[in-house]
Design a protein around this ligand. Structure first.
Ligand SMILES: Nc1ncnc2c1ncn2[C@@H]1O[C@H](COP(=O)(O)OP(=O)(O)OP(=O)(O)O)[C@@H](O)[C@H]1O
Ligand SMILES: Nc1ncnc2c1ncn2[C@@H]1O[C@H](COP(=O)(O)OP(=O)(O)OP(=O)(O)O)[C@@H](O)[C@H]1O
Ligand SMILES: [Mg+2]
Ligand SMILES: [Mg+2]
Lengths: 220, 220
């Protein structure tokens, strides 16, 4: 499903080069359940963005569903991201002027879903993450963990086949966090592919495989 | 040091009232080390903002250093926040157009510190949190955990007597998280007052007292 070959991501700041990823190769099969761990700054979010077709490597190749991602047009990539990929951002990336409901419904607009059905699906997803009572709130009227759950609901609403979640429980208490993990576990048992970045070893244990990053490289 | 008497925080959204805090009373003495825990949405950040003189209650009274906070002028409050209080926000609140160094130096401008010394103090604080190599980066050029550490450094740079930290290790791996907790522990042993919100019981154990919030109320 995902094939990364010797991926480099290098940021250039004036004369300085920051190598966020330094030769990362990995393969993710359909229906895998993977956890990515590593120190702060080791390149996890950078890797997730490349795997989720949100960013391109500086060197190396990334293949999604057998095709080189750099060969897709922008329109094709946007469609792939919308239809097949659910991405939960570490900093949520919610639109501040939209309510929780409208934020969650957003991917369904692109997918061509009619308004009534969009709002029904969004409402259902918000109920799943325990936010039935907060649907009309905008992000600045929500707690940190509520924003995190809106981001999760938005990533799942289009029924994606692969879910990338960057620290999905970082702002959640243990009980709410395990309710979210139940959702991911069930999605996995239904055939989807799950890739989680986490700092929490309890969360990582839900996965079947752990990938460790240190200083931009995968370590065994 | 901090005295909250029957604090209510009620948000009005059209016809709906959201009671974020429903009669919270608590006392914090100088040099205490307190952890606040509770489910997502239970009112922790709301309470922290009131304790840190960043927000006012809808009902009830809050006293800081023996004086009713609602009696201070805006200028007096700004000075108190700048001189005595260090606040680490759950969502960091960094200025996007400033570098990490400039973000950390910001409270020192208000305190009247000269430029050369500001940058030296800011640099020293960034080194303490392990970000010596990232001082020139702006927030969008930093990882989640790096942003979190910039927010921590900024809260500490003015040598505050009380530190409010809202989920200070949520985006940090275990090792980096314990390095940050060592900083808080040492500040406490030097006489400062520490109030931490955390979802992590390992982190909460550094404190000497745990306050639990559920649905806007303190529970025993
Ligand atoms: N736009 C950028 N320009 C320069 N450096 C960057 C940029 N984005 C990220 N970096 C650097 O790349 C490194 C990897 O960043 P990344 O966000 O992938 O880390 P991470 O493993 O997700 O960390 P965390 O656990 O703290 O979220 C970091 O050291 C960061 O400072
Ligand atoms: N401006 C606002 N308008 C309406 N409701 C709000 C507003 N700000 C916060 N709330 C609500 O108040 C409640 C308490 O919010 P708060 O941020 O204090 O929770 P918290 O305990 O910090 O949660 P978390 O652990 O998720 O960060 C939440 O349910 C939230 O939806
Ligand atoms: Mg990250
Ligand atoms: Mg909070």
């Amino acid at each position: 499903l995902c094939l990364a070959k010797d991926i480099y991501k290098i940021y250039t700041m004036g004369k300085v080069e920051v190598e966020a990823l330094r030769g990362v190769s990995l393969e993710i099969e359909a229906n895998e359940y993977i956890s990515i761990m590593g120190p702060s700054g080791s390149g996890k979010s950078t890797l997730m963005h490349i795997l989720g077709c949100l960013d391109t490597p500086t060197r190396g190749e990334y293949y999604f569903e057998g095709k080189k991602v750099s060969d897709y047009t922008d329109a094709e990539l946007a469609r792939i991201r919308n239809r097949y990929i659910g991405f939960v951002f570490q900093n949520f990336n919610l639109l501040p002027r939209l309510s929780a409901l409208e934020n969650v419904a957003l991917p369904l607009i692109y997918a061509g879903v009619k308004k009534k059905e969009r709002l029904e699906l969004a409402e259902m997803m918000l109920k799943k993450v325990g936010l039935a009572e907060r649907m009309r709130h905008r992000p600045n009227e929500l707690s940190g963990g509520e924003c995190q759950r809106v981001a999760i609901a938005r990533a799942l609403v289009n029924n994606p086949k692969i879910i990338f979640a960057d620290e999905p429980t970082g702002n959640l208490d243990t009980k709410t966090g395990s309710e979210i993990m139940e959702i991911f576990d069930r999605l996995h048992s239904e055939g989807r592919t799950i890739v989680l970045v986490t700092h929490d070893s309890n969360i990582a244990q839900h996965a079947k495989r752990v990938i460790r990053l240190i200083d931009g490289k995968i370590v065994e």
